[in-house]
Design a protein around this ligand. Structure first.
Ligand SMILES: NC(=O)c1ccc[n+]([C@@H]2O[C@H](COP(=O)([O-])OP(=O)(O)OC[C@H]3O[C@@H](n4cnc5c(N)ncnc54)[C@H](O)[C@@H]3O)[C@@H](O)[C@H]2O)c1
Length: 383
């Protein structure tokens, strides 16, 4: 049996096989295939899919229009957007291990190497209770189709520096895409949405540690503005429609299968391979690096908490280190000296991030346990 049957269709969207939900039976079938018997499905696909899955009781019956699984059990279905990304793939893996039926949405954009996202998806394929949909959050209708108990919305255009170059796409995807997801949640009576904001919203704030009650008025990039806009939308939809919303201000997340555009991955990879690293500024800027498993635990704790109505939480490590110290720790992990390219500070950078995590500790029992050396060693071992 072809590996692609695990998720029901190919993730590249170009296999052109008759059973592939993505490539062959398309929503707007321009070829007017006779076998495209209903939107997004074809006869051949359904027969083969059902043949394969009839002995797998944890999987969904995609034929069922209301999206229920074969047992009619709708109680543990979660939609995770951004599932092929760094945090999303770790979160999906943990949710699958916990027995949730996870429907992952991602458009596999090329902001960074798509092979990295493909590898993340390959990792998730081994879970029978994971289903991948290659879709865009700006127009997905899958919330209506699958009617999950909750949506965890992580898909976004990430990257502060790129947002300075290409601000429009951040507005479109982060604000517009989130709006579509919120609208779908309301229309389909979804009770709760969790979403990724960012520590970037604190921008140039000087007072540390950053607290959720601090005034947000010094965002320093279009990315930060788009994340704050998401928080405003979430609050508004809670007021208007009683949709429960929980936002997370993540602080520089790192770990195995890390994002290749971020310093932790780039530094470890470059030092290991004798490639110079770019050091921006004098090395006194600081970041509150947070290990991905700690982040995932925080998200899952919020998912399980039904008392929270509309809140935003810092998910950080609450122990920032300077760039100079960070480079030294990377060198220790790699057991090799870094070759450093000194560069001036970049537009959009902020001098420091530092999370106060008292609120998350109190409400979510959030307790980050991974120190930087251990976490970076795990990341290094996954390179
Ligand atoms: N990693 C961090 O340190 C960090 C810090 C603060 C906030 N965040 C936020 O956490 C979330 C996850 O971050 P990550 O580091 O895993 O980033 P990531 O880029 O690895 O993951 C985001 C995923 O969303 C997908 N995506 C983007 N636009 C999409 C669209 N229009 N439709 C469907 N999918 C789309 C991408 O293909 C990608 O796989 C993001 O919202 C990010 O802004 C991350």
């Amino acid at each position: 049996m072809d590996d692609n049957y695990i998720t029901g269709y190919c993730v590249l969207g170009d296999c052109n096989k008759a059973w592939c939900h993505h490539c062959y039976p398309v929503k707007d079938c321009k070829e007017k295939h006779q076998i495209c018997i209903k939107e997004g499905m074809c006869e051949d696909y359904n027969i083969k899919y059902n043949e394969y899955y009839k002995n797998h009781d944890t999987l969904y019956d995609l034929e069922d229009d209301n999206g229920d699984n074969e047992n009619g059990d709708n109680d543990n279905k979660i939609i995770v957007t951004g599932c092929a990304g760094f945090i999303g793939s770790h979160l999906c893996e943990k949710l699958c291990q916990m027995g949730y039926n996870v429907i992952g949405i991602d458009n596999i954009n090329d902001y960074y190497d798509v092979n990295v996202k493909q590898a993340n998806l390959n990792h998730l394929k081994k879970y029978e209770n994971f289903l991948f949909l290659k879709e865009d959050i700006c127009d997905t209708q899958s919330i209506e189709k699958y009617k999950p108990i909750s949506v965890i919305h992580l898909a976004s255009m990430a990257g502060v520096r790129n947002s300075i170059e290409n601000p429009e796409i951040y507005e479109k995807v982060n604000c517009g895409g989130f709006l579509n997801i919120l609208q779908q949640c309301v229309k389909n009576n979804i009770s709760k949405i969790l979403y990724a904001s960012s520590s970037s919203v604190y921008g140039l704030n000087e007072k540390v540690p950053f607290e959720e009650t601090d005034l947000i008025s010094k965002c320093n990039s279009p990315y930060a503005v788009s994340k704050y806009c998401m928080e405003m939308y979430a609050k508004t939809y809670n007021q208007l429609y009683n949709l429960k919303t929980i936002g997370f201000r993540f602080f520089t997340v790192y770990g195995p299968r890390g994002r290749p555009d971020m310093a932790p991955y780039k530094f470890l990879y470059n030092i290991k391979n004798g490639i110079p690293i770019d050091k921006y500024g004098d090395g006194s800027s600081s970041r509150d690096y947070t290990y991905v498993d700690d982040i995932v635990n925080g998200i899952i704790s919020a998912l399980k908490n039904d008392k929270i109505n509309c809140e935003v939480y810092n998910l950080g490590n609450s122990s920032p280190v300077t760039l100079n110290t960070f480079i030294e720790i990377c060198e220790k992990v790699c057991n090799k000296e870094a070759i450093i390219n000194n560069k001036p500070n970049q537009l959009g950078d902020v001098p420091k991030t530092y999370a106060c995590i008292d609120k998350a500790k109190r409400d979510l029992n959030y307790n980050p346990t991974t120190d930087l050396f251990t976490g970076l060693t795990n990341a290094f071992n996954s390179l």
